[in-house]
Design a protein around this ligand. Sequence first.
Ligand code: PEP
Length: 252
Amino acid sequence: MRKPFVAGNWKMNKTISQGVELAKNLAEKRPSNVDADIAVIPPFLAIPSVARALEGTPIRVGAQDVYWEESGAFTGEISCGMLRDAGCSFALVGHSERRHVLGETDEIVRKKLDALLAADMDVILCVGETLEEREADQTNSRLDTQVKSGLQGVSETLLSRVTVAYEPVWAIGTGRTATEEQAQQAHAFIRGLLTEMFGQQKAQAIRIQYGGSVKPSNAKGLLSQPDVDGALVGGAALDADSFTGIIEGARR
Ligand code: PEP
């Protein structure tokens, strides 16, 4: 049985003080009797203060992005070591906004994933098709490319550090959520790819989160699908009550 993993991606929202306030509210309101891993993913600047505010709680702190080199002449970038020092245990790679707004390629995503694993950090690999791809019946081929370029050849001993997030681009920040059936279908397809690459036992252990307009009202239905092992939440993670409502949806 995979333990659900619910992570809140704050995107480019929350100043340091607003982030600390949200983190404290969340620590207070979080349902402690739901057996799930919970994380927040603040913007870089708020990470150290949010991590301090969450010390002594089980809520993990992650980063929205990372650069693959450890140090040097890479103006504006942040390394794995810097993130770990600031209190992060994981980072997202390949979020659709980085792929589609900021032009990140599958090759760049892979470099980031490899750097995180080499630094003993966890990673959430985000994948998902655009609306045009879905309408052209290319969902599976897009997922095949993104999952394989993201994970093919990763050492099996490091796989426990990997979560995959299925985030259909057309559902992110749009209020349009995948149906439970659409989510389950895509997750089962991803599980099949993982099985092809790593064998059934390893593939069964990898968590696959769903992301795309998850809210308290749809969380339970999505999270009760057999291959949906948690949620990557954007807008609804910016408020402690709605994020808590989603965590409730992970109750088994
Ligand atoms: C996200 O940022 O990964 C996301 C899924 O956003 P939203 O929940 O707002 O659609």
